[in-house]
Design a protein. Structure first.
Length: 453
């Protein structure tokens, strides 16, 4: 009953298989890149391969949304899963970093089409009353499967070592660490494709097959479709608020990834064990937020709650960056995780409820592109700002401490950077609140506003 429909349950099983495949591919590709790069260039090779998974989304994500809205989404999901399986089957035989980069680019192109096709399909097979629960389950499928994939990767590496030396194993490269992971990875995508093939998806209202659909749009038509989607976004305060809250908030929240361990060690003095606790309470907080919003969805005003949890994320981060001991920091990081998990579920639920089927592929592709861009910015800018603020702090406060409201506060660059990240998240919440406050027409009348195009 929690899935809302049998069709979504089957789609969710396919999502779980695809997610395990994605994480297995992530780990196995990183391992292969490090081996191909060698001791001197392994880290650089891993960086280039991961850039190959990030850059296509920034450049081509919105155009993939255009294709998803014009093509049959079931066929898109099946084709992408089969395509990813074929690419993964070739990876054990790749012998150079450039070859691995090309394979990673192709994998990412398939993923860029699969993700908006899946998101656009969910509202067509799940009752509105179950959308929040469906999005919570999607989060579990996407991120909760990482420990499973990590355990499988380790087991396959050991198995590969055990069977090394036989003709069959050598032919298929089983002896190479991670190679067996690629084969199992490909199998998960083939299972996902078979599940998608068995789905009986409802025909999209108002969609008419044409020769243009089968060939794909020209550049001019694609740009026109993108312009239609931008007009749709401008006409809906809810969609604008979700994009602002999720994407802009990630500029601040994303800085936690490169800076969290440094903050724990330099400011709280807790070492690696403290960072492990930090990650644990953050993950538990996210899980609590996801479960809580799923159970309480019927009683929550979604738009107002979304704004409040975006604001709450920023306030919790600001508080965590301000304390000097591990326990209160852990409590506040738990609150940050709970607010972030709630914001994610409610944001996607609001988009599913508000965006008409005609535009879903483009809207979700645009959101994915914004999220990637903001994460890249935060990963790159966070360490740079820390260095900058370290220098400024040393000049302005030779003792390393500033007096605020009669209290001496330790102000290293890492703390100032996290304060700035928190302020960005709070401003994202304020901007989202102002956007929702200027409520205009909902989905029905938005269709009228964009239907003229």
């Amino acid at each position: 009953r929690i899935f809302g429909s049998r069709r979504f349950f089957r789609l969710w099983l396919g999502m779980v298989c695809s997610a395990i495949g994605d994480w297995l591919g992530f780990l196995a590709t990183a391992d292969l890149a490090a081996r191909l790069g060698g001791e001197r260039s392994g880290a650089l090779a891993v960086g280039f391969v991961f850039m190959a998974r990030i850059v296509p989304g920034l450049l081509l994500g919105p155009f993939m949304g255009v294709l998803v809205d014009r093509w049959d989404r079931k066929r898109v999901m099946i084709t992408c899963d089969i395509g990813r399986a074929l690419v993964l089957l070739s990876l054990p035989f790749v012998g150079s970093v450039p070859g691995l980069i090309v394979a990673s680019l192709v994998l990412e192109l398939f993923t860029l089409a699969w993700a908006p096709a899946k998101e656009a399909t969910v509202p067509n097979i799940v009752p509105t009353s179950h959308l929040a629960a469906a999005n919570s389950l999607s989060i579990f499928a996407g991120y909760g499967t990482f420990p499973i994939a990590a355990a499988l990767f380790g087991a396959f590496a050991k198995f590969g070592e055990a069977v090394e030396g036989g003709w069959f194993a050598d032919t298929l490269r089983f002896g190479q660490e991670g190679s067996l992971g690629f084969y199992v990875d490909a199998a998960t995508f083939l299972v996902a494709a078979s599940i998608a093939l068995s789905l009986d998806l409802p025909r999209r209202a108002g969609r008419v097959e044409s020769a243009d659909d089968n060939r794909g749009p020209s550049i001019g038509v694609a740009l026109t479709d993108l312009a239609d989607a931008m007009r749709f976004i401008r006409a809906s305060p809810v969609i604008r608020a979700v994009n602002i809250g999720l994407a802009t908030g990630l500029i601040g929240g994303g800085m936690l990834v490169p800076l969290g361990k440094i903050f724990i060690e330099r400011v709280l003095g807790a070492g690696s064990a403290g960072f492990g606790l930090f990650l644990t309470v953050l993950g538990v907080g996210v899980a609590a937020g996801v479960v809580g919003v799923s159970l309480g969805q019927r009683f929550l005003p979604k738009e107002r709650t979304f704004v409040l949890v975006v604001l709450g994320s920023g306030l919790c981060l600001f508080g965590a960056a301000s304390v000097t001991t591990l326990t209160p920091a852990a409590v506040l990081i738990f609150g940050l995780g709970a607010c972030a998990g709630t914001a994610y579920v409610l944001g996607f639920t609001l988009l599913h409820e508000t965006v008409t089927d005609e535009f879903r592929g483009r809207i979700f592709a645009a959101l994915n592109t914004l999220v990637r861009l903001c994460l890249v910015v935060s990963f790159a800018v966070g360490p740079f700002l820390t260095q900058l603020f370290d220098g400024l702090s040393a000049r302005l406060f030779p003792t390393g401490k500033a007096t605020l409201f009669g209290l001496e506060v330790f102000v290293p660059g890492i703390r100032v950077t996290l304060w700035l990240a928190a302020v960005i998240m709070i401003l994202a919440g304020v901007l989202a609140a102002r956007t929702v406050g200027r409520r205009g027409p909902r989905a029905a009348s938005i269709d009228k506003a964009s239907g003229a195009t």
